[in-house]
Design a binder for this molecule. Structure first.
Ligand code: NAP
Ligand code: HSE
Length: 428
């Protein structure tokens, strides 16, 4: 007799309705692949009367997701409501306490409470699976946890927020300001209800924190991420970076250094001919580097109904097949607390400054950089306006602390017409 796996689905928005559609339309395929009939027994959302464009008949309704999580006819609780705390966390904990496995797409909850939830689940002998939480439809959690299990991971790097990549590429392609494209993206519904989660880099940093934990065997440490959003990226910098052969991306990077775990989510320059440089629009890309395998690049839809529901089904199918893995790839009790290291590893930097157009101005800047041990690789001076001259510098590899020393000393000269812009260049 075929087995059954009974899902309780909390959240019937973009992702939840996508999951309902797949389970209704691909029941035979899923059963063939897992040897199990995957069915939904009960659902929950805030508004029972809302027309969601999917057939919910045959499913019990619960107003309270915690009650749904505890139902006897639910084997797996699927949390698709979102939010760091509140209903999502309460219901997830209730599900584990009631002996259910959990599938979630909720990166915000895992980035903040991942360690305690993992511990709780493992103590109870339950699973928390979250393929959809990072990079939507891209199977990056599976790749990292299973496919690359034989590697020391040396670096994780990627574009993990489609909305930011859309904004940056649209600014470049249409020559529009950040403010103009932000308004456009908001109008098109591309941004989270709280857009700061996207443009402030927070959503992408949640994802990076989760990947770091699996990659480096450390406890999820969202607070350890050096975080900067895209709000201050100007069309001038996008144009100048393009002139120098670069694109600006909101880039997440995690790597171990001698001083601890470096995790950064910030606008960076990447070579325009690189695969990451060529990544346009809302697409995501994650690059995983392992000591044995080298570089693995995963590219695809980071959001949207179909891609995200596809990732949820990957977890559900694994549970149906009997795959049982610790939440972050190894038991939560073994995960080490990381020491955060901030921009320790040297890198080249892009500098843009407006200099007063007077004799010796450029020499003063060069000397301040030299005194801090920052060496210039390339420099370009653009058409002067009435009293100032925009100057672009690409440095050789330097530490962030040496650069900061130079930038502070520059403020003490009388040659700057505005605060310089400094962006890290990441070679991929
Ligand atoms: P959404 O469209 O806003 O849907 C959220 C759903 O949760 C709605 O059905 C809402 O009910 C329900 N809900 C919210 N609070 C609730 C509560 N207290 N009790 C019961 N139900 C509640 O969100 P979504 O885009 O589907 O995202 C869901 C999760 O997937 C989030 O964690 C998100 O970060 C993650 N995710 C989304 C995407 C994407 O492309 N959308 C991609 C990756 C990951 P009502 O409909 O009645 O208001
Ligand atoms: N706001 C997110 C993005 C949704 O733009 O990538 C998927 O997490």
């Amino acid at each position: 007799m075929t087995q059954q796996l009974r899902l309780g689905l909390a959240g019937l928005g973009t992702v939840g309705t996508g999951v309902v559609k797949i389970i209704r339309s691909k029941a035979a395929l899923l059963a063939a692949r897992t040897g199990t009939d995957i069915i939904i027994t009960a659902v929950s959302a805030r508004d029972k009367t809302k027309d969601r464009g999917v057939n919910l008949s045959g499913y019990a309704w619960e107003d309270d997701p915690v009650a749904l999580a505890r139902r006897d006819d639910v084997d797996v609780f699927v949390e698709l409501m979102g939010g760091t705390d509140g209903a999502a966390r309460n219901a997830t904990e209730a599900a584990i306490a009631a002996g259910k496995d959990v599938v979630t797409a909720n990166k915000a909850m895992l980035a903040i409470h991942g360690q305690s939830l993992a511990k709780m689940a493992e103590d109870a002998g339950r699973l928390i699976r979250f393929e959809a939480a990072v990079a939507g439809g891209i199977p990056v959690i599976k790749a990292l946890t299973e496919g690359l299990a034989g590697n020391e991971i040396t670096r994780v790097i990627g574009v993990m927020n489609g909305s930011c990549n859309y904004i940056l590429t649209r600014m470049e392609n249409a020559g529009l300001s950040y403010e103009e494209v932000f308004a456009e993206a908001d109008g098109l519904g591309y941004l989270e209800a709280d857009p700061q989660l996207d443009v402030g880099g927070i959503d992408a940093a949640h994802k990076l924190a989760i990947l770091s934990s699996i990659a480096f065997g450390t406890q999820v440490d969202f607070d350890g991420i050096e975080l900067e959003g895209i709000e201050r990226v100007s069309i001038e910098d996008i144009r100048h970076a393009a002139d120098m052969g670069f694109k600006i991306k909101l880039l997440g990077v995690a790597q171990k250094t001698g001083r601890g775990l470096e995790q950064r989510m910030m606008p960076c320059l990447v070579p325009d001919t690189s695969t990451l440089g060529q990544l346009d629009g809302g697409t995501n890309m994650v690059v995983l580097e392992g000591d044995e395998v080298g570089q693995v690049m995963l590219r695809g839809a980071g959001a949207g109904m179909g891609p995200t529901a596809s990732a949820v089904l990957s977890d559900v199918c694994d549970i149906a097949r009997g795959v049982r893995l610790p939440t972050f790839g190894q038991p939560a009790a073994q995960l080490l607390k990381s020491t955060p290291a901030r921009s320790v590893l040297p890198a080249p930097y892009y500098l843009r400054m407006d200099l007063m157009d007077k004799p010796g101005a450029l020499a003063k800047v060069a000397s301040v950089l030299g005194n801090a041990g920052v060496s210039i690789d390339r420099m370009r001076q653009y058409g002067h306006s009435e009293h100032t001259a925009p100057v672009l510098i690409v440095t050789h590899k330097t530490t962030r602390s040496a650069l900061d020393e130079a930038l502070a000393a520059m403020q003490g000269t009388d040659v700057l017409a505005s605060t310089p812009v400094a962006l890290r260049i990441e070679n991929v």
